[in-house]
Ligand binder design. Structure first.
Ligand SMILES: Nc1ncnc2c1ncn2[C@@H]1O[C@H](COP(=O)(O)OP(=O)(O)O)[C@@H](O)[C@H]1O
Ligand SMILES: [Mg+2]
Length: 492
């Protein structure tokens, strides 16, 4: 996983631990270096003391005394007298052990043969004698080095154990500090980010509300303690609260203006009914009792009548939709869907004698809770579409299935030409209709299916369509066990 996709919490913890680790390792490293330097200096000091002491003792007595001058087990003492071949001893736990010729050569090469020849004063060198590493120093023996040169070497393992003894606790403390920093960072950062999580929770709760329709309440706010403007999270919290406040008032304004438009449409449709009825009436009277009218005038009056009729159904549909939008409660009674379909199909049969009608309902009556008149409108519209938008001879089947899983399915199927493809996506939208001249002459408004949709939604059901040339099926699904007070969802 890429670092930038980590949570803020993990990132902050990782960064803190890294920072503490780098700092501690740096400080620890510097400390280790300084400690090591001082230990080496101390070691060399002791070595210098040893070589001086032994050199003096050699000069005065010609002997190397064991157990003196800081000669510890493992110390190598090699003497290069001017008058004889070199001799060396290694001090063990108890005794001095004579160095072999080979070991002596190693001492010589490690300590530097130049110095041995010239008898130069002490300088420190590191080298291997056998398996161990030694630090050597030399000293002249006798006045002006006249007796020879002395070499003393101590195993560095002594030094290393001492250094390790000091540095091990330092390393342990560094590791402990890193672990502790990680734990503390996790704790503190977790706490510091908790308000951010609360703010996020409020935001996602609000986002899950259905804001697009109706009277929306936004009860959710970031709690007081997370809106302190002196903290960053508090600023986010109070910004979110301000946003929610303005969204709330925007929604109220939207709701008010929607209501205004709905009321206006309902009022306007209602007001238009009376003059429309008059126009139809006068047109009819003129046509019937107008005396000898020319064919042209008769035709025109017929057009006035049919257009007035079309406008009447448009106004009726608009009024129904506006009322559906505005009404919150449906009048709910037990509705016998089987009976309702029988009525709808027999009406359709009377109106469309040039179509074939078939009804297929179960033996038992199917009862749903709802508004009988509006449910009737649903099936009247679907059946009218199957009659009006299909050619003569089309077969229309209305089926009602047995209720299952708390739902009942009603289908209106025809074998007509199908719904034009470009209509299908917004078929249930308002004023969506096929533009055939036949549809126009039959009073097509494009509101039929949007009424179907609104009524079915108000009954907590669904309506869907499947259409291809030769079969068009509208399926209405309604809950059989309708809750006592069916609430109409808020209109868009
Ligand atoms: N059974 C059907 N067969 C063919 N086309 C249909 C059918 N039902 C609906 N349509 C198409 O869908 C459009 C929208 O239907 P609708 O909303 O009832 O409006 P309207 O019937 O007033 O035109 C219709 O204009 C028609 O083109
Ligand atoms: Mg229609």
């Amino acid at each position: 996983m890429h670092f930038s996709s980590w949570t803020l919490r993990s990132r902050l913890i990782a960064l803190t631990v890294l920072l503490v680790a780098v700092t501690s390792v740096f400080v620890g490293g510097v400390m280790a270096f300084v400690i090591k330097q001082s230990f080496v200096a101390n070691f060399d000091n002791q070595l210098a003391n040893s070589v001086q002491g032994i050199s003096r003792s050699l000069a005065s007595s010609g002997q190397i005394a064991s157990g003196q001058y800081g000669v510890e087990p493992g110390t190598i003492v090699a003497y290069y007298p001017t008058y004889a071949t070199a001799a060396g001893v290694q001090f063990g736990t108890n005794d001095a052990v004579q160095l072999t010729q080979r070991q002596l050569q190693n001492v010589e090469s490690s300590a530097g043969s130049d110095r041995l020849r010239t008898g130069a004063p002490a300088a420190f060198a590191t080298g291997d004698v056998g398996p161990r590493e030694y630090r050597f120093t030399t000293a002249p023996v006798g006045p002006g080095g006249s007796n020879g040169v002395l070499v003393v070497g101590k195993p560095t393992s002594l030094l290393n154990t001492e250094i390790a003894g000091v540095l091990a606790p330092v390393a342990a403390v560094v590791i402990l500090a890193i672990v502790l920093a990680g734990l503390l960072a996790a704790l503190i950062i977790g706490r510091a980010l908790r308000p951010l999580r609360r703010v996020a929770a409020v935001a996602s709760n609000v986002a899950s509300l259905p804001l697009e329709r109706g009277d929306v309440e936004l009860p959710e706010r970031v709690p007081e303690e997370d809106t302190n403007p002196h903290t960053e999270v508090g600023q986010v919290g109070s910004a979110l609260n301000n946003l929610l406040d303005s969204v709330q008032s925007a929604l109220e304004v939207r709701q008010a203006s929607e209501e205004k438009v709905r009321n206006f449409v309902a009022d306007a449709s209602h007001e238009l009914r009376t003059p429309l009825a008059s126009i139809r009436g006068y047109a009819e009277i003129t046509r019937r009792f107008g005396g000898d009218l020319s064919e042209d005038v008769q035709h025109n009056i017929g057009r006035i009548e049919s257009e007035a009729q079309r406008m009447t159904s448009l106004v009726e549909d608009l009024l129904l939709l506006a009322r559906l939008d505005a009404e919150r409660e449906l009048a709910t009674t037990d509705v016998d869907l089987s009976r309702l379909l029988v009525d709808v199909v027999s009406d359709a049969n009377a109106a469309g004698r040039d179509h074939e009608w078939e009804l297929d309902i179960p033996d038992e009556p199917v009862i749903v809770r709802g508004d009988a008149a509006k449910l009737q409108q649903v099936f009247t519209n679907l059946v009218a579409n199957a009659r009006v938008h299909t050619p003569a001879g089309t077969r229309v089947v209305v089926e009602l299935a047995e209720p299952r899983d708390g739902h009942v399915l009603a289908r209106v199927r025809d074998d007509g030409p199908g719904i034009p493809e470009k209509l299908r996506p917004q078929l249930f939208g308002r004023f969506v209709r096929g533009d055939s001249s036949r549809a126009r002459s039959t009073g097509s408004t494009g509101l039929g299916l949007s009424i179907v949709n609104a009524v079915v939604e108000a009954h907590h059901g669904t309506v869907s369509v499947a259409s291809e040339p030769g079969t068009t099926i509208f399926t209405v699904q309604l809950p059989v066990q309708q809750p006592a007070e069916a609430k109409q969802p808020q209109p868009a």
